[in-house]
Design a protein around this ligand. Structure first.
Ligand SMILES: NC(=O)c1ccc[n+]([C@@H]2O[C@H](COP(=O)([O-])OP(=O)(O)OC[C@H]3O[C@@H](n4cnc5c(N)ncnc54)[C@H](OP(=O)(O)O)[C@@H]3O)[C@@H](O)[C@H]2O)c1
Length: 337
């Protein structure tokens, strides 16, 4: 074991807007000793992930914020250097959640042993870990790309986006990446095999994206929000799917973006799906049976706002747009003789 000091990076304060160095503090503490049932891990890899911006904040989220004065949280691959847990021995390489520090204790819960012969152990934090899994489930379970469809993903050279586009290709879809700068775009298109990649810093991002998606977008895998989302949104085809995975362009925002609060969509795992009633024409029989019965038996009440005379139709219509109707707006054009 190298040295006797454990260097830790603590969350020192919570940022307002973009985080700064002053939000962190590096300290040195003694390397801890494992208690009964515990292991001591020497961190080999610490994963840095966009979600950590959220952990720095005390804003309500799907996970608890990191604690001020404690090491920042984070996924790690580490080597067990001391074990008082029968399931692990010194020398084992494990995936864990050791945080931003050189040494971390664990009681074994949530650890997963890695086989260094099977794959480089760093991949357990990337393509074979949380980001890869995110891409896989988001695309196959929610995006559900079909052969010939167009899948668009931003942060396309990154941990999640790179996997999204490549799985899209495997599924027979067209994959269009969006990334920051020519070099990333070249990598995405030429090395990862996406069909095209657009630079989100280009002033004509929207036009370039449209040109890259001549048949529109069937799956927009939302990784960033912001300007990219605004460029992608008008290109969505009927029945397009939008797995809302991340909004990194907005993580430092101090004011909400105009439009629906996409953070709620993400945090509360909302499912947004538009529909037109005719999509469900096959359900008409069920509808008439159930609602007809409820109206007949008074379980379901209704109100009508009836205006007499066709000449009142335009004003009534404008009134309806202004909320002046009270109940189902109807024009009585004639009465029975
Ligand atoms: N829902 C989940 O469970 C889950 C799990 C993992 C990750 N995520 C989300 O997935 C997204 C990607 O995560 P990752 O781990 O794969 O990160 P990553 O792509 O490896 O790294 C982040 C990338 O985001 C891009 N980016 C940053 N600011 C941007 C902006 N203003 N506009 C456009 N792009 C911007 C940058 O790439 P460019 O230089 O190409 O712009 C940056 O390299 C993040 O939003 C993350 O929060 C969600």
């Amino acid at each position: 074991m190298a040295g006797s000091v454990n260097r830790q990076i603590l969350l020192q304060s919570r940022p307002q807007g973009a985080p700064g160095l002053d939000n962190f503090e590096l300290i040195e503490t003694p390397i801890p000793e494992p208690g009964e049932g515990e292991v001591l891990m020497h961190t080999l890899y610490l994963s840095l992930d966009p979600y950590m911006r959220g952990r720095m904040s005390a804003a309500k989220s799907y996970a608890k914020p990191a604690t001020i004065g404690q090491p920042m949280v984070g996924g790690t691959v580490g080597e067990i250097v001391k074990s008082r847990n029968p399931k692990y021995a010194a020398g084992d390489i494990v995936l864990g959640y050791g945080g931003w520090q050189e040494y971390a204790l664990s009681n074994g819960a949530g650890l997963r042993k890695l086989d260094p012969k099977a794959a480089p152990v760093s991949t357990a934090l990337g393509v074979l870990g949380m980001p890869g899994m995110t891409a896989y489930v988001g695309l196959t379970e929610i995006g559900q790309p079909k052969p010939g469809e167009t899948v668009v993903v931003a942060a396309a050279s990154g941990a999640v986006g790179s996997v999204v586009g490549q799985i899209a290709k495997i599924k027979g879809a067209r994959a269009i990446g969006i990334a920051g700068g020519a070099e990333k775009c070249r990598f995405v298109a030429q090395e990862l095999g996406f069909d095209a990649c657009v630079d989100h810093r280009a002033p004509d991002l929207a036009q370039q994206l449209e040109a890259a998606c001549p048949k529109g977008i069937d799956v927009y895998f939302e990784n960033v929000g912001g300007a990219v989302q605004q460029a992608a949104w008008p290109l969505l085809n009927d029945f397009a799917r939008v797995p809302v995975c991340g909004l990194i362009a907005q993580y430092n925002a101090t004011n909400p973006m105009p439009g629906p609060d996409m953070f709620s969509v993400l945090r509360k795992r909302l499912l947004l799906r538009g529909f037109i009633v005719s999509d469900f024409a096959a359900k008409q029989g069920d509808f008439l049976r159930d609602v007809g019965e409820w109206v007949r038996t008074g379980r379901l009440k209704y109100r009508e706002d009836i205006v007499d005379g066709l000449e009142h139709a335009p004003a009534s219509f404008l009134g309806l747009l202004a909320g002046k109707n009270f109940g189902k707006m109807l024009v009585r054009v004639a009465t029975c003789a």
